[in-house]
Design a protein around this ligand. Structure first.
Ligand code: DGY
Length: 442
């Protein structure tokens, strides 16, 4: 285990470009929003100041609206110094056309990612303050100083993406969910028909040479069409509903938001923003209820909803376990725990490790090597296990930890893993996978 810890630290050190840790060395040579939050918590096991700097770098890219963009593009000079080429990532900042909307001097994309940040900030602050000393003081100062920014981020999410009070967050791109090509989005994407699309050349399939581990070209054309539609209205929140061919209520993101509002309330109470606590707890309840109400009584899994057709999307993906992040209903929690450890998920005896894959092992939709269509994602394993631990389920956390460490022992820190063989796939030396290893071993 000491060796795993040493190697995980080395991955983060290698991907550290000084002010930001790239999400992965070649495939993702920039800072991604939810990656950065997971990376920061991993970094905090090694050194609190560096962990806080990672979050400061992300916060510096926050838009006036309050949105935190899903990619903060690295400085080319810095990348070149590290022997990397940011231009190797597509779509780069030019394609996003965000120069008017981003803060001065910041290069960013124009969409968001799951709001896991407050949950992980709370974890970092609690870790640092329990240790006391200089780290504790730094973390407290950070919390006091940045709370208004995290609150603005949540305000934006509620206002721009959930003003209908459904307790469910709207996304305008599968990339916003973080689960880009999950089968959950196949229906909505089937209704996205790229029109006059600017030509493009992908770079991801040059880096991950086995293209079958990545989304298809057809999927990419749709992804870029949506970027073009949003850029055409300058990512103006008010104009997106009239402009974009993909509009989905994302149940997993909503559950992450419910949990994060509670965590932000705890931080606000402790660090001098007690006037915000009531509002944050109201939001937490609103989204908790929205997620609970999205559960399909027939399957026990939570559903997304296609806003453009009004249909619920009832498919067996990992997002169906959203209530494990947020619910306060003991019967729903118990039923979900039985499911996730049952024979269609982590309890399938054919699995290399008893961990939930991104699509049910018994579903015809499962593609065990293809990105979010089947592989096991270590970051998901940890995020869900951590939610269990917070709900007092230390026993289950310990079991998942053991299985996840066994999976990571092969040492590549894969982006995702083939569920039946345990083969690492996608990018190697993925920062958030290394961060998760450090969390397990802390
Ligand atoms: C990618 O480039 O694959 C990312 O997931 C988009 O955010």
């Amino acid at each position: 285990l000491d060796e795993l810890r040493t190697r995980a630290r080395a991955v983060l050190a290698q991907n550290d470009k000084g002010t930001m840790v790239t999400a992965a060395p070649n495939l993702y040579p920039h800072q991604w929003s939810w990656d950065a939050a997971f990376v920061a918590t991993g970094l905090s096991t090694v050194g609190v100041p560096r962990a806080l700097a990672e979050l400061d770098h992300l916060l510096a890219a926050q838009w006036d609206s309050g949105m935190i963009p899903h990619i903060v593009f690295a400085d080319e000079v810095q990348l070149r110094g590290a022997g990397l080429r940011g231009a190797g990532y597509f779509p780069g900042v030019d394609r996003w056309r965000t120069e008017r909307a981003s803060p001065a001097g910041v290069k960013s994309s124009g969409i968001c990612q799951p709001p896991v940040h407050a949950t992980l900030v709370r974890r970092i602050v609690e870790r640092a303050t329990s240790r006391g000393g200089e780290d504790g003081r730094l973390a407290e100062d950070f919390a006091r100083r940045t709370l208004p920014q995290w609150i603005r981020w949540h305000e934006w999410m509620r206002r721009a993406r959930a003003s209908d009070r459904s307790g469910l967050v709207t996304i305008y791109h599968g990339w916003e969910s973080g689960m880009d090509n999950s089968p959950r989005f196949d229906g909505p994407y089937s209704r996205v028909h790229p029109g006059d699309l600017e030509p493009f050349v992908r770079t991801d399939t040059r880096i991950v040479e086995d293209a079958s581990q990545r989304p298809s070209d057809e999927e990419y054309a749709r992804y870029l069409w949506l970027v073009q539609q949003m850029a055409d209205v300058r990512f103006d929140d008010a104009r997106l509903p009239g402009a974009v061919d993909f509009q989905v209520k994302d149940v997993f993101m909503s559950a992450a938001f419910a949990a994060a509002n509670e965590d932000l309330a705890v931080l606000a109470e402790r660090f001098g923003h007690s006037d915000e606590v009531t509002r944050l707890r109201e939001w937490s309840a609103e989204f908790r209820e929205g997620v609970d109400a999205a559960v399909d009584p027939a399957t026990g899994l939570a559903r997304d909803r296609d806003l453009l057709t009004g249909e619920w999307i009832s498919l067996p993906t990992i997002a169906g376990f959203a209530p494990l992040l947020s619910t306060a209903d003991p019967a729903l929690r118990a039923a979900q725990l039985v499911l996730i450890e049952g024979p269609e998920w982590a309890g399938d005896p054919r699995l290399a490790f008893p961990l939930p894959p991104s699509t049910s092992t018994t579903s015809p939709l499962l593609r065990p090597r293809e990105y979010w269509r089947g592989p096991v994602w270590p970051v998901m394993t940890w995020y869900i296990a951590e939610a269990m631990r917070r709900h007092g389920d230390g026993g289950r956390y310990a079991r998942w930890r053991e299985a996840s460490i066994a999976q990571l022992m092969e040492g590549h820190f894969g982006e995702y893993y083939e569920p039946f063989t345990g083969e690492p796939l996608g990018s190697y030396h993925q920062s958030w996978t290394a961060a998760v290893a450090l969390e397990w071993l802390d």
